[in-house]
Every structure is written in structure tokens, then in C-alpha cells.
Design a protein around this ligand. Structure first.
Ligand code: NAD
Length: 483
């Protein structure tokens, strides 16, 4: 067995070659082999559940075990179970239509494993964003090399140990390290690379992958708008927005980034938001279930976003907190509403990735559509309101990776829905059959039948060719005229 290696300077190219030789030697794994790998992964995840919770808690400074179980472990197990259940169906060759001239033959598509999948993961959900791509890679019959984030080093170490114990390194391997290792990793000639992270790094990864023409899935982020229809500021609307914004303290790619609320409802929204925060987190940011900001750099970045908005004249409302309480735990940031920030404020231009919600008012749905369309296409868009003409118009006229209606973030937990962005929020998707297909090659196969009519169209051309052409083109013309 080829050993996994904790040393960042380890020659990743050699590891990739070992995986590739093993893949070519063994051939594509059967349904049973794939299920066995998924089962092994499932068992390893459940065995290490506590360790993962502790490591994430230590990496963040504070994150409750419940939040890690709900936001990471459940998602991973659910994905593995979904893939296991649907694998037979996903793997089935698909019969395809054959044109009249070729009817004696048969056509089908086979979904073949691509080979070795590279997975690069961020720090915000450091476990699930490594494990769900891995489960998808294994279900599709591939081997995988993973590069988890250096900003959550304890979790990355648990991932390495867990997978080293469960898989030979020529099947699954983990490479640890920071940006330099990430850059070297993204230059490897994988058969597919799935990158989850920020757009600036995504751009670099795409450039590096292009040197080897490696197919890519880019799972990026951005500013996901949340629109509340007039008169729809209900308790459950606020609850859902608070859930999306404050789970993991807003360090979530699909968190509602900013809210657009009808001008008549602005005050009610602020009140309802505060009431929901008080229910979810009764001791404010020192509540047991409130997560810390991952490191000082991100904490300072978020503080600066608030100060920048304040100095530009926006109203800053810290919700559910007294300053003494906020100081009790390291790197916790109070849930904060920013009301009336202009387009010049950094908070309206950058992805927030923290527990701060800018709220802007609007008058008409057309204004909302124009606002969203004037900005980069988001990863998610949320709408709270009735399924009426405004809702349909918003959905038809805006483009985002996914949409949630009267909820936030729950679309990600739907195993059967594709998950991915568009343009600046990402490229390609995984989850669902889309994930299986992204990591498989759809190979078209045509099998010649006993009668080979196209052979009549081969040289030397003569009367038979003319007759065949007459039948083919004449037939088409006649059918067109009939139509
Ligand atoms: P990041 O881009 O800084 O890092 C992601 C990975 O890239 C890490 O493993 C890192 O080590 C590596 N990396 C860093 N610099 C590199 C370089 N120069 N070359 C190659 N690799 C490099 O992202 P992050 O800060 O860890 O995560 C936050 C971002 O990820 C946010 O923008 C968020 O929206 C996005 N995100 C997206 C999704 C999604 O599913 N679409 C999920 C979570 C997070």
C-alpha cells in the first residue's frame, strides 16, 4: 500500500501516477465495489463523528457539536445514502435514438469513471465540503486526491487520519498544506477537478487546470439576495432568514447576503429579525449555539465592513447583545443589521461571509429585478412571499445557481437537486445525478446492426447511391411538405 503523507512537500505527482496506474490496472469498479467503498466511507464518518466535532470546535474557536452534526455530518451521511440507493440506476447505460438511415444499429451512452478526481475544499464547512465530493467521486467509480483547507488544520488532520485508516492511498489520498500546496495541486493533470472556494482563487485554479485541459467544477460564492414581498414579514420569514444568516455565524456560501424589504415593512422587519435572534440565541453571541469567526483576519475584515458602512452614513444595529457579553468569547461578532447602506459601501459590494445583514428597501418588483441583474449572478436567491405574478416574474427574469422560496439554504440539503452556481458564482454542479455525471464520462457507443444502409453511400458512387439519396432526401422532403 502506498502511504498517505502529511508532509506538504510530498511529491503529489507521484501519488497521482500511483492512483492512475491502479485505476488502469483494476479497471472500472463494479456496482458492488462502489457500494462497498461508500459503505466504508459511511462507517469511517460515523466512527470519527465526535473527533470531527471537536476538531471543528477547536478550529473555529467555538462551534457547537449540534451545528456540526446538522450542517456537516447529516449532509454527508444523507449524500452517501442517496448515492448508494440510486447508483444502480445512475450507472445503467442509456438507450438513445437512432436515425432512420442507421436503424439497424443501436446507440447508447455509458457513464464511465473519469479516473482520478482532485478535490479542493474551503474552511467554512471543512468536513462536508471534502466528503460529499469524495462520496460523489467514489460513487462514479473514481479514485480521489483531496486538499482540505489549511485554515482548519485540526479538521484537515482528522480527515487525513480517517481516510488513511479506511482507504489505501492509491484509492483515496489526502494532501495537506496552504496556498502553495493548493497551487501545485491545481497544476496536476487530474481527470476532473472540483474546487470549492473563493472566486479569486477559483480563477487561479481554472488557469492552472487549463494548462492540462483538466475539466473543472467550480463551486464559488458571492452575494445571495433575499427578497421579502410586501406584507410578508412574518415570524417564519424572519426565523428562516436568521437561520440562514446566523448558522455558522453566516460563514456559509449560500447564506442570505443582503435583504431587500418593501419600504412599508422595514421597521417590522427589524423588529421581527430581533425577535427571532432572541429566540435562537437567548444569550446573544455568547449563546452555546453561536459560532465564532474562524480567525482574526476574517474577524477584522467583518469589523471593517461594519465600520465602513457606519462612516458612510448607514444605521448599524447590533441585535440581541450587550457589549459586555460580546467580549466574553473570542472572535464572536454580534448579529448585526445594516440599514440603508449605499452602493458605495464595501458591504454592498463584497461577499460578507459573516453574521451581518444589510437591509435595503424597495418599492416595486421591477426595481428588485434590475438591482439583482445589475450585479454578478448569485449562488442562491431567496424569495419570501406568495407564488404570485411578482414571484414568477422574479424567478423568470433573474438567474442564480439555485432558488429558495419561503426558506433559506434548505435547497442544498435536497440530494436530488443539482447544486452549483453560474458565472461568477461557479461553473458546473454536483449533488443529484448531476454530480455523478460531472465525474463520469458520457461515452456514446454506436453498435452496427446486420443491415448497413449507410454503406450504400460509400464510394464508388453510382446508381445505388442516387437511389439511396433519393429515398433519404425525397423522404425528408415529403415528410416536411406533409408537416
Ligand atoms: P479559498 O479560495 O481561499 O480556499 C479554497 C481552497 O483553495 C483551500 O484549500 C486553499 O488552501 C486553496 N488555495 C488558497 N490559495 C490558493 C492558490 N493560490 N492556488 C490554489 N489553491 C489555493 O476559499 P475559502 O476562504 O477557504 O472559502 C470561502 C469561499 O468559498 C467563499 O467565497 C465561499 O462563498 C466559497 N464557498 C463556496 C461553496 C460552494 O459550495 N459554492 C461552499 C463553501 C464556500
Amino acid at each position: 500500500m502506498f502511504p498517505a503523507h502529511p508532509n506538504p512537500s510530498f511529491d503529489m505527482a507521484v501519488l497521482l501516477e500511483r492512483q492512475r496506474s491502479a485505476f488502469l490496472k483494476d479497471g472500472p469498479p463494479s456496482l458492488e465495489e462502489r457500494k462497498a467503498r461508500l459503505k466504508r466511507l459511511r462507517a469511517a464518518v460515523l466512527t470519527h463523528r465526535r473527533e470531527v466535532g471537536d476538531a471543528i470546535n477547536a478550529d473555529f474557536g467555538h462551534r457547537s457539536r449540534h451545528e456540526t452534526d446538522i450542517m456537516e455530518i447529516v449532509g454527508v451521511i444523507q449524500s452517501i445514502d442517496y448515492l448508494t440507493r440510486n447508483l444502480r440506476c445512475f450507472m445503467k447505460p442509456e438507450r438513445r435514438h437512432v436515425g432512420l438511415l442507421y436503424r439497424a444499429g443501436r446507440a447508447h451512452v455509458e457513464y464511465q469513471p473519469k479516473g482520478i478526481i482532485g478535490v479542493m475544499a474551503p474552511w467554512n464547512y471543512p468536513f462536508s465540503l471534502t466528503m460529499i465530493p469524495l462520496a460523489t467521486a467514489l460513487a462514479s467509480g473514481n479514485r480521489a486526491m483531496l486538499k482540505p483547507s489549511e485554515l482548519t488544520p485540526r479538521t484537515s488532520e482528522v480527515i487525513r487520519r480517517m481516510l488513511e485508516g479506511g482507504f489505501p492511498a492509491d484509492e483515496v489520498a489526502v494532501v495537506l498544506g496552504g496556498p502553495d500546496v493548493g497551487a501545485a495541486f491545481s497544476r496536476l493533470p487530474f481527470d476532473h477537478l472540483l474546487f470549492t472556494g473563493s472566486a479569486p482563487v477559483g480563477r487561479k485554479v481554472m488557469k492552472a487546470a487549463s494548462d492540462n485541459l483538466v475539466p473543472l467544477t467550480l463551486e464559488l460564492g458571492g452575494k445571495s439576495p433575499t427578497i421579502v414581498a410586501r406584507g410578508h414579514v412574518l415570524g417564519q420569514t424572519a426565523d428562516s432568514i436568521v437561520f440562514g444568516k446566523l448558522s455558522n455565524s453566516g460563514q456559509t456560501c449560500v447564506a442570505p447576503d443582503y435583504a431587500l424589504v418593501h419600504e412599508d415593512d422595514l421597521d417590522t422587519f427589524i423588529t421581527q429579525f430581533g425577535a427571532s435572534v432572541a429566540r435562537f440565541y437567548p444569550s446573544g453571541p455568547t449563546s452555546r449555539d453561536y459560532t465564532s469567526i474562524v480567525n482574526d483576519r476574517h474577524y477584522d475584515r467583518l469589523k471593517n465592513l461594519i465600520e465602513d458602512a457606519r462612516t458612510r452614513g448607514a444605521r448599524v444595529i447590533e441585535v440581541g447583545v450587550t457589549p459586555e457579553r460580546a467580549a466574553e468569547r473570542a472572535r464572536t461578532l454580534a448579529p448585526t443589521l445594516i440599514v440603508g447602506a449605499g452602493d458605495d459601501a464595501a458591504i454592498m459590494r463584497e461577499e460578507i461571509f459573516g453574521p451581518i445583514l444589510p437591509v435595503r428597501s424597495y418599492r416595486t418588483i421591477d426595481e428588485v429585478i434590475d438591482y439583482v441583474n445589475a450585479r454578478p449572478r448569485p449562488l442562491a436567491l431567496y424569495y419570501f412571499g406568495a407564488r404570485d405574478a411578482d414571484c414568477e416574474k422574479l424567478l423568470a427574469r433573474t438567474t442564480s445557481g439555485n432558488v429558495g422560496i419561503n426558506n433559506t439554504m434548505i435547497h442544498v440539503a435536497q440530494d436530488d437537486l443539482p447544486f452549483g452556481g453560474i458565472g461568477p458564482s461557479g461553473m458546473g454542479a454536483y449533488h443529484g445525478i448531476e454530480g455523478f455525471r460531472a465525474m463520469s464520462h458520457a461515452k456514446g457507443v454506436f453498435v452496427q446492426g446486420r443491415w448497413n444502409l449507410p454503406s450504400l453511400l460509400r464510394a464508388p458512387f453510382g446508381k445505388i447511391t442516387d437511389l439511396a439519396l433519393k429515398v433519404k432526401l425525397g423522404g425528408d422532403l415529403r415528410s416536411k411538405q406533409r408537416g
